[in-house]
Structure formats: structure tokens, C-alpha cells
Ligand binder design. Sequence first.
Ligand code: 6PG
Length: 245
Amino acid sequence: MKFIKDKFSIYSTPEILAESFAEHLRIITDEIIYQKGKADIALSGGSSPKLMYKILAGKYSIKISWSKINFYWADERCVPSDSSESNYGEAERILFSKLNCNLNLYRIKGEADPEKESERYSRLLKNNLPLRNGFPVFDIILLGMGEDGHTASIFPGQLELLSSEKFCDASVNPLSNQSRVTITGSVINNADRVYFLVTGNNKSKVVKEISERGSESLIYPAAYISQDNGEINWYLDSQAASLLK
Ligand code: 6PG
């Protein structure tokens, strides 16, 4: 496992974290769009990004060049998009439906067969994104982390999904037995910028163990994630960071 340098940004509340990250996202996407004319971003699901979606849909609705961003998903629950469980569906309802502009949204189809959808999405990534080291390159990937240390939909016990030759694969949440489609760790670690947004006291133990980079962290898929340069940016609220030294 390669050496990983953690960079922690800690905020007193989830709201302040979401505000700060929304501003960071505006700055970064402006830079990328200036350099490339567009930006390719993969979003994750769960509750953590929802606060940020609300802020982006508000005062950032006219501050970001939305039509120049291609939005993808790092993972999806195998549910219809009208389900409150749908990562795409929630982003659409909270953020994208509030933006009055052309949008480029490339959702994972949660209603499809997981294996077939993994193959379709892999082909889409290959056709739409530049390749580096044989894998598609995202400009930005936003990740959450579960209290079991999963990220995207790569769960403990599924570490083979971290180094898979595939771009996407089907997985299952072992706690809920819910089918998922996820991009693999090979794609995540091939991105130019990867950010973890983690809030809540229930994540503090895993955050601490990963920060110490000891052997006990090796059961957590999130511990294997880093950018190409070996760095990883964590945006934490004070609760998730409460056990950090
Ligand atoms: C998903 C996510 C998953 C999520 C973490 C954190 O589809 O569930 O992509 O990786 O980011 O479980 O979720 P919370 O923010 O809800 O704790």
C-alpha cells in the first residue's frame, strides 16, 4: 500500500463545512474550466453532500458555470431515481432541479440490472473521459465515508474492488443487502482531486484509525483512497475529527 499524506480541514459544524467546501468547489471548478473549458466531477451519495447541495442550489446557483461541468456518480443504490435512497435522485431534487441552465448529468441507472449497468457505465466513462494509466480521469471526485469505513460503494470485505481492472462493478451493502453499482478504487485513485466530506461522531473512530495509518485501518476501503500524488483531502466537522490528535 502506497504512502498516503492526509490533509485535514476541520470545521465546527456540518453547515460551516458545507459552506466552505461549496466555496472551494466554486474556486476549483473555475480554475479547471478556465484551463480545459469543462470539468468532469463524480458525486457520491448519502446524507453528507445534501447540505452542500442545498447551499449550491442557493447562493451558488449563479456563481458556478454549471453548463460546463459534466456530473457523474461515484456510486448508486440499485433503486429507481424517484426513491429517496437514490444518490442521483436526491442530487436532482435538491440541487439540479433548482438550476435554470443546461446540465450534463450522467447518472448510474439504479433501476437497471447492476452487472449490465456497471458495464454500460464503464463504457460511458471510457468514451467520455480522458484515460491515464488505462483508467478514466475525473477532475474531481467527492466521497463520503460510512461508519464502517466504506466509500463509494466499496465495503469492508470487498477490497478487491479497490484494485480491480474494471472501471465500475456491482457490489452489495453487506448490512442492508442492497445492490449497488460503484466505480472502482482504480478509477477513484486515478482522479486529479479526491475529497472526503465526513461528518458525525459515528465516523470519529474510523477517521482516527485511518489518520494513524496503522494495520487496523487496512480493513477500511476508505484507507486505500488517495490522489495520484499520494495526498488525500479530508473535510471534517468537529465531531468526525473529535479523536484526531
Ligand atoms: C452511498 C455513498 C456512501 C456514502 C457514505 C456516507 O451511496 O451510500 O456513496 O459511500 O458516501 O455511506 O454516507 P453518509 O454521509 O450518509 O454518512
